[in-house]
Design a protein around this ligand. Structure first.
Ligand SMILES: Cc1ncc(COP(=O)(O)O)c(C=O)c1O
Length: 465
């Protein structure tokens, strides 16, 4: 039990998060109550400076570690963590490239105006249309994931008379210490080729007119805290890189973990970078080969800590447990449709009352959403001031990654707006979904075109809609 259930514990919150004189949470210089008043709740709040700082730090960490060994590292921001044109501009501004894994993500990256040569395109089932678009706009590299894809891409480049740089996605066979659904480089899963198959795939690509094979790509999983899995994977990849000969790039993917609660203790990205790059350098030295140019793809580590979701408490309910204890359920106006991670992965989060501080003794609560699923949990267990009540604003930190991007339309709860905050200013970067948006897709809906429906708690706060 914390001494103070109002405290904003680093490193879960954005670095500039604080309480103002009234006790209200302030992020990016903007108070949570002002944000809720103006834009409504639920609301995804992104601290622009925090995103930029993590992008700069990641680039400095990986490229700095690489330059100590006489090579360089490119850092791709993994757009699947959170993609909007604005975030693409922030990270591109800070020197990052961007990785996309669908035609939709590619469209958003392009709509941001980033140089297509700075886009990497992944995915285990890219369609001919997606590949055609990628080749047409001139994406920097396409990561090949299957035999079928070699044929699809060959047909595209032939038809267009184009030449495309490609990489091969391989499974290093390393099972990163993370949730099973987040680990992607053990054998029994859908991504890439086994290391044993890599030579044959490389030969096929090299024999395909219009394709230029530059290197191997691997991603061992997500939310990984230590370097051991990355180092082992790097060793196996360098061995194959050396065996194939003639390759110039090695992409070791992303997966660098962040703290969601104070129980999490991820290795700082600077230390991870040094550990991984040193391992690559050692393996190359052992084989007498020069170190390739390196690439990394952090997503969560760039945006995770920059996001805070604001909710309004709607109900509280004390529920008796079998052991005689009670649990206080705190229901908020969003839930698994804006943050699927607790239901998907059993992900843990923390929370604070954002609209005030309270001297009330801490009480163990479970924060739940408004969806028709008992697994609709936002924060499984947290201590909040015991007087938490309807009308309070609740803030859930570390929601910058894989919340907006995994959002669903479950129960027709409209998806929240995304607001960027910086230096005391707030602006909408993705508007909220509206009930009208939802009805617009229903071919049989009978609606009055003059009636605007808004049933959110913030019907009087329309700026984000
Ligand atoms: C190929 C690839 N690269 C990068 C990432 C980003 O991972 P993270 O956000 O954990 O850094 C992922 C996540 O699934 C991925 O599949």
């Amino acid at each position: 039990m914390p001494d103070d259930a109002n405290e904003l514990l680093s490193p879960i919150w954005p670095s500039d998060a604080a309480r103002d004189a009234d006790g209200t949470l302030v992020v990016g210089g903007v108070s949570a109550t002002a944000l809720a008043e103006r834009f409504g709740t639920p609301l995804y709040v992104f601290d622009e400076d925090e995103v930029r700082a993590h992008a700069r730090r990641a680039l400095a960490a990986f490229d700095g570690a690489a330059s100590r060994h006489g090579t360089s590292a490119r850092v791709y921001y993994a757009g699947k963590a959170f993609l909007s044109t604005e975030v693409v501009r922030w990270v591109a501004d800070e020197g990052l490239a961007v990785d996309v894994c669908s035609g939709g993500e590619l469209a958003v990256a392009l709509a941001a105006g980033i140089d297509p040569a700075r886009i990497g395109f992944h995915g285990n089932n890219k369609s001919s249309a997606e590949l055609d678009r990628a080749v047409a706009v001139g994406v920097g590299s396409i990561v090949i994931d299957s035999l079928v894809e070699i044929e699809r891409l060959a047909a595209v480049v032939q038809r267009r008379g184009a030449r495309q740089t490609v990489m091969i996605r391989v499974n290093s066979g390393v099972h990163a210490e993370t949730h099973d659904f987040l680990a992607t480089a053990h054998e029994d899963q859908k991504f890439g080729f086994t290391l044993q198959d890599a030579p044959e795939i490389a030969a096929r690509i090299r024999a395909t007119p219009g394709l230029t094979l530059v290197g191997l790509h691997c991603h061992i999983g997500s939310q990984i805290f230590g370097t051991a899995g990355f180092r082992e994977s790097a060793a196996r990849l360098v061995e194959m890189h050396a065996a194939l000969g003639g390759l110039t790039v090695l992409n070791l993917g992303g997966g660098f973990g962040i703290a969601y609660t104070i129980a999490d203790d991820p290795t700082p990205i600077d230390d991870l970078a040094v550990g991984i790059v040193d391992a690559v350098a050692r393996e190359c030295a052992d084989r007498g080969i020069s170190i390739p140019r390196l690439a990394f793809e952090p997503g969560r580590a760039i945006v995770g800590r920059a996001g805070v979701t604001l909710y309004e408490v709607g109900t509280t309910k004390s529920v008796g447990l079998q052991d005689g204890a009670t649990r206080l359920y705190v229901s908020v106006d969003g839930g698994m449709s804006d943050n699927a991670r607790p239901a998907l992965y059993g992900a843990q989060y923390s929370a604070r009352i954002a609209s005030r501080v309270s001297p009330a003794p801490p009480t163990l609560v479970r924060v739940v959403g408004k969806h028709c699923e008992s697994g609709d949990i936002v924060v499984d267990h947290e201590y909040l001031p015991g007087d938490v009540a309807p009308g309070d604003l609740l803030a859930v930190p570390a929601t910058g990654a894989y919340c907006f991007s995994l959002a669903s339309g479950y129960n027709y709860v409209p998806r929240p707006a995304v607001v960027a905050v910086r230096a005391g200013e707030a602006r909408v970067i993705v508007r909220a979904e509206t009930i009208d948006d939802l009805l617009a897709r229903d071919a049989g809906a009978v609606v009055d075109p003059n009636e605007r429906i808004d049933m959110s708690v913030s019907s009087d706060r329309s700026e984000s809609r």
